[in-house]
Write a protein of this length. Structure first.
Length: 315
């Protein structure tokens, strides 16, 4: 699921788009930010549906073998136990999943060869052959073969990778989040009674997380000029064009959290943005941002503008 660092990245991307755009309608950019988060959940539903598509292709494969001119005993009597896989049958009756399929209009008709190619890889694997031979199946063993399909078949497929990259522009960034959502689903699907099994949620608490990212986004824009001045005072020896835009945005977001988010500890804020800088900015950004934020933080403390409550202490 999306944790607070992932959500900060979504805000960073939205702020970058806002400042690069000629269109300065904050509400429109906020809407796009929330849509980008929803796209992560959509990606998750597409992946679940692809797992199901691979499994359902076993019936197509059996039909093709039955229509062969020369058929073996195995062709005439294929083992289709995977169609009764407990994880998949539970997924089929899951109301959240059914609703999401309709909402996102999920259909793999645009890429008909993908499920076939993935099933062939699965069919030829030792893990699948062992699964078919197993007679004492449990929900856990059924989940194990689904995990194998996801991790060792789909995620290892260059064709599947290309399909998701083409469909979701954020695939390289959100791939890890997708894996966490699928892992959470395997954990959630622990009951023999399908109605008790729940899909993963996009965040731990969407009501609180939504408020956090919307406030962070809006406040960073509202106080943009003020925080730009704070940064400018500490970077007078730097030519403005030498400071990466991402660095500036990350520092403005951090300052926003320092001042306007009393429940977020200062150390947490600094550590989060330094980690984000490692991935999204220049090699030297980490130490640069850390140095500038330390100076700005000292001034804000002196002006008594840092007020943290509860567990969110300054130090």
């Amino acid at each position: 699921m999306l944790n607070r660092r992932h959500l900060r990245v979504k805000v960073l991307q939205a702020l970058y788009a806002y400042h690069q755009s000629d269109q300065k309608e904050v509400q429109a950019h906020e809407k796009l930010m929330l849509q980008n988060i929803d796209r992560v959940y959509e990606m998750y539903i597409w992946m679940l549906s692809l797992i199901d598509e691979v499994i359902q292709f076993s019936a197509n494969d059996a039909q093709e073998r039955a229509n062969k001119h020369i058929r073996t005993a195995e062709d005439l009597n294929p083992n289709l136990k995977i169609l009764e896989n407990r994880f998949i049958t539970s997924l089929h009756v899951n109301k959240e999943y059914i609703a999401a399929l309709k909402k996102y209009k999920i259909s793999w008709d645009f890429e008909p060869e993908l499920a076939k190619s993935l099933f062939i890889i699965l069919k030829n694997s030792d893990e699948y052959k062992a699964y078919l031979e197993k007679t004492d199946d449990t929900l856990q063993t059924d989940k194990d073969i689904i995990k194998f399909i996801f991790k060792k078949v789909i995620l290892k497929s260059t064709l599947a990778e290309q399909v998701f990259e083409d469909k979701f522009i954020s695939w390289p960034v959100d791939k890890d989040v997708l894996q966490a959502l699928i892992a959470k689903t395997f954990k959630n699907f622990s009951y023999d009674e399908p109605q008790q099994n729940k899909l993963a949620e996009v965040t731990g608490n969407w009501t609180e997380d939504r408020e956090f990212i919307v406030d962070l986004f809006k406040r960073s824009i509202r106080h943009n000029d003020e925080y730009q001045e704070l940064i400018g005072q500490k970077t007078q020896n730097w030519e403005p064009e030498r400071i990466a835009m991402m660095d500036t945005l990350l520092m403005k977001m951090a300052i926003t959290e320092f001042i306007d988010f009393p429940s977020v500890p200062v150390k947490v804020t600094i550590n989060e943005y330094l980690e984000i800088a490692k991935e999204f900015s220049t090699p030297k950004s980490n130490s640069f941002i850390n140095g500038i934020l330390d100076k700005i933080l000292a001034d804000l403390k002196e002006e008594n503008r840092i007020r943290k409550t509860g567990r969110g202490l300054i130090e």
